[in-house]
Design a protein around this ligand. Structure first.
Ligand code: TYD
Length: 222
């Protein structure tokens, strides 16, 4: 049986990565085989492209070229990590996926929706998350968390954008959650970590019923 595909989306510092990891831990405790991954990246080839994108090295090429690079990374990630895991019945939890491209490159970067749809068609095809958590917090909360996490390191390509950019980003993610209620759930990420984790766990149990997933018999990559 094909595994389940869960994605986490949202602005900077909303806690996607830590909640994706917490969810993976809880599912593994039930015996579910989980692959925890992220975009851009998640496979050796895609991690190289991640470096090019997040260092800002591709920024001078323009948003279209960046979108094409995100798509190239996604293609490698799907072929080498996501699809093999789903086919083996693993649950795949991915920190960001196509919604991020639609919002960062499309709505904020101004890349033509037709180009993005064409890229999706050749990379993602029919693959669609079973469930997407959209983590939402006021931008001050998110940006200060991202700053703390970063320490002395410089902000990455997108963290360094203006306050207006981050406000627009937040609005776009909220719109996404409203426009696809069957797939997306908006989570208030400004409350405590424990409360956010509880909300996520309740929804996963209600919508995907992990208790009925086949128990993994072998070790799995994380
Ligand atoms: P990352 O360090 O993973 O940060 P975050 O914790 O915010 O996810 O950086 C990923 C960055 O790449 C983030 O700023 C969003 C951006 N991004 C896009 O612009 N388009 C995409 O398709 C994806 C997957 C990410």
């Amino acid at each position: 049986m094909r595994g389940r595909f869960i994605t986490f989306e949202g602005g900077e510092g909303t806690g996607k990565s830590s909640h994706a990891a917490l969810l993976a831990q809880k599912l593994r405790a039930l015996g579910v085989g989980v692959v925890l991954t992220r975009e851009p990246g998640g496979s050796p080839g895609a991690e190289i492209i991640r470096h090019v994108l997040l260092s800002g090295a591709a920024k001078p090429l323009g948003p279209e070229a960046e979108a094409i690079l995100f798509a190239a990374a996604r293609d490698d990630h799907i072929r080498n990590t996501i699809m093999p895991a789903l086919t083996r019945g693993r649950w795949v939890i991915c920190d960001r996926f196509t919604d991020s491209t639609r919002i960062y490159q499309g709505e904020l970067g101004g890349v033509d929706a037709k180009l993005l749809r064409a890229l999706e068609r050749v990379t993602v095809g029919d693959l669609k998350p079973d469930l997407t958590f959209v983590l939402d917090a006021p931008i001050e909360v998110g940006l200060s968390r991202a700053e703390k996490r970063r320490g002395d390191a410089a902000s990455d390509r997108f963290e360094g954008e203006s306050k207006e950019f981050h406000e627009k980003l937040r609005d776009a993610f909220r719109m996404l959650a409203m426009s696809e209620p069957n797939r997306c759930v908006l989570i208030d990420a400004s409350v405590t970590r424990l409360e956010v984790a509880d909300q996520i766990w309740t929804i996963v149990n209600k919508r995907l019923d992990p208790a009925t997933a086949p128990v993994a018999l072998e070790g799995v990559a994380s």
